[in-house]
Design a protein around this ligand. Structure first.
Ligand SMILES: [Zn+2]
Length: 357
């Protein structure tokens, strides 16, 4: 009797400890970059399984794949809708088709650019806005222009030619004003779309058109990547925020759909919000596509001169809230901010390092 009680207490203590710390994470993906022989072993030591880089150089990717293979880390190359430089490289003399905004949004852009205070008065850099109007400061290509789709197909085809690359990732797929594009081509496409949806009132129609075309653009490129190489994986981070439906990621036919669960800046998200978002990210991951896996994105900057750094306690709270919301996969941006800070590394090791002590 006594022995049995002791055994039960031990089991209970172990069960409680495991529930509070270990959880059920199966995947950790880092957005970042750097010298392969430096970043890959460090990332493996913490428990990362995958690295995504915003780099399409075949030589660099080949090196990264080779080092990654030794440490069991899969490598992705990311394409991104703000890649005006990449457009100029491939399209030379053709002006990049850029998204456009209205006068109010352009005034917000000027206000944000002129704000040199630390933290830019709580500007959220593409995350859910805190100021009354926020927009992205980067120019963005307009994906309603067919040439933009073709441009990204070329990039995907070239990147997937690198042997051993695990896949392709999509970043910055969204609208500069977080809702729609106001350029001539987008307006014409919208007017055409409205003929098929005459009963919708104009505001609702623009929301639905903007969501549908954004989802179609992503899914068309994901299908294309799978057609180039069937076993290639497609990952993404839903960013910048799409205000009419921030958690639209389950509509995307990608393998690993990252959606923001804990953003970077003040005001940091509450434990309840992180848990509730995780419940949607993971609980509804297969609502539209049975193979899709949800991934929670956690923002990490460890550069105190620029922004407040999340403490180990804070990061623990965020990762635990994701587990409490049913999460099993995490993306962190940036990988390098995790690698560069000892306290941050230790927190991630505790949640992700395999085998665990
Ligand atoms: Zn446009």
């Amino acid at each position: 009797m006594t022995l049995k009680r002791v055994a039960c207490c031990v089991c209970l203590i172990l069960a409680l400890e495991s529930a509070q710390v270990e959880g059920q994470f199966v995947q950790l993906t880092g957005w970042g970059g750097g010298k392969p022989e430096e970043i890959v072993p460090q990332a493996a030591e913490i428990g990362f399984n995958e690295i995504i880089v915003w780099n399409q150089s075949p030589d660099y990717l080949a090196q990264l794949v080779e080092v990654g293979r030794k440490h069991n880390i899969g490598i992705y190359s990311s394409i991104f809708l703000s890649d005006v430089k990449g457009w100029m490289k491939r399209r030379g003399g053709i002006a990049p088709p850029l998204q456009e905004m209205d006068a109010r949004e352009n005034a917000a852009l000027e206000r944000i650019q002129a704000d040199t205070s630390k933290g830019k008065s709580n500007y959220q850099y593409g995350g859910e806005p805190v100021q009354s109007i926020e927009v992205l400061t980067y120019p963005m290509l307009c994906f309603h222009v067919p040439a933009v789709l073709e441009f990204f197909k070329e990039q995907i085809r070239d990147v997937l030619a690198v042997p051993g690359l695990k896949g392709i990732a999509f970043d910055f797929f969204g609208y500069r004003n977080y809702q729609c594009c106001r350029c001539k081509e987008s307006q014409a496409a919208f007017e055409e779309w409205r003929k098929q949806h005459p009963d919708l009132e104009p505001g609702k129609a623009l929301e639905q058109f903007s969501l549908e075309t954004l989802v179609n653009f992503t899914n068309t490129l994901a299908d294309y990547a799978h057609s180039v190489r069937r076993e290639a994986r497609v990952a993404c981070h839903v960013y910048p925020v799409f205000l009419p439906e921030p958690l639209y990621g389950n509509r995307l036919n990608v393998d690993y759909c990252g959606q923001t669960a804990a953003w970077y800046f003040d005001p940091l998200w509450s434990r309840e919000k992180i848990r509730d978002y995780s419940r949607v990210i993971f609980g509804q991951e297969k609502k539209h596509f049975p193979k899709a896996e949800g991934v929670a994105l956690v923002g990490v900057y460890t550069r105190p001169k620029l922004y407040p750094v999340k403490s180990p306690e804070r990061l623990t709270l965020e990762l635990q809230a994701i587990l409490d919301g049913g999460g099993d996969r995490v993306q962190v941006c940036s990988l390098n901010d995790v690698l560069n800070d000892k306290d941050t590394r230790e927190v991630f090791k505790r949640f992700f390092k395999r085998p665990r002590p």
